[in-house]
Design a protein. Structure first.
Length: 153
């Protein structure tokens, strides 16, 4: 795998995206530059199921924040996307099949979800959602970065 290794800097999503868009503009429009990763079939199915739940969780977080339910937003983030979710998703088992760069983005996502959970709890105390929204966008950057770099076979 010759994917960039230094993806832990906060700009990793941007650079991956810029790369994808550059290619889109100048190469064959339909060229898929993503690294294809092979998972055992059951694990692929389980992964895609949990991906759909990730999207649902983001949606429910936004709804909870809109309703001022900050503790609820924190709980969804921690249990469905954060470090707690990491354990229930068999992430350690699964990570054996991931290239290093993909593992790093996955870890980044779980870490930033836990960070968001803390920020949105602060929102409950201060009424200010700015830092929580920034933390949420850091988290979704990890979704974007992994999707633009990798696909499943
Ligand atoms: C570490 C990598 C990684 C991260 C992080 C990640 N995904 Fe994915 N996701 C994938 C891969 C790989 C696929 C399969 C894409 C393909 O094969 O074209 C996928 C597919 C999906 C799908 C399609 C599911 C289906 O049924 O086909 C959704 C929805 C999704 N991801 C949502 C998310 C959301 C939301 C986040 C962030 C909260 C996220 N993902 C974070 C790797 C990742």
């Amino acid at each position: 795998m010759n994917k960039p290794k230094a993806i832990l800097c906060s700009c990793f999503a941007i650079s991956t995206l810029a790369f994808a868009q550059h290619d889109h503009g100048h190469g064959a429009p339909s060229a898929d530059m993503r690294v294809a990763v092979e998972y055992p079939p059951a694990m692929k199915e389980h992964t895609l199921t949990s991906m759909r739940d990730h999207l649902l969780a983001i949606n429910q977080i936004q709804e909870a924040m809109g309703n001022g339910q900050y503790d609820k937003a924190a709980q969804i983030a921690e249990t469905r996307l954060g470090q707690t979710a990491l354990k229930t998703h068999n992430a350690y088992e699964n990570s054996k099949f991931m290239p290093k760069g993909m593992q790093d983005i996955g870890n980044q996502m779980h870490r930033s979800a836990s960070k968001f959970a803390i920020e949105v709890q602060n929102s409950g105390a201060t009424g200010d959602t700015k830092q929580a929204l920034l933390a949420l966008s850091k988290k979704t950057q990890a979704c974007v970065a992994c999707h633009s770099g990798y696909r499943l076979k």
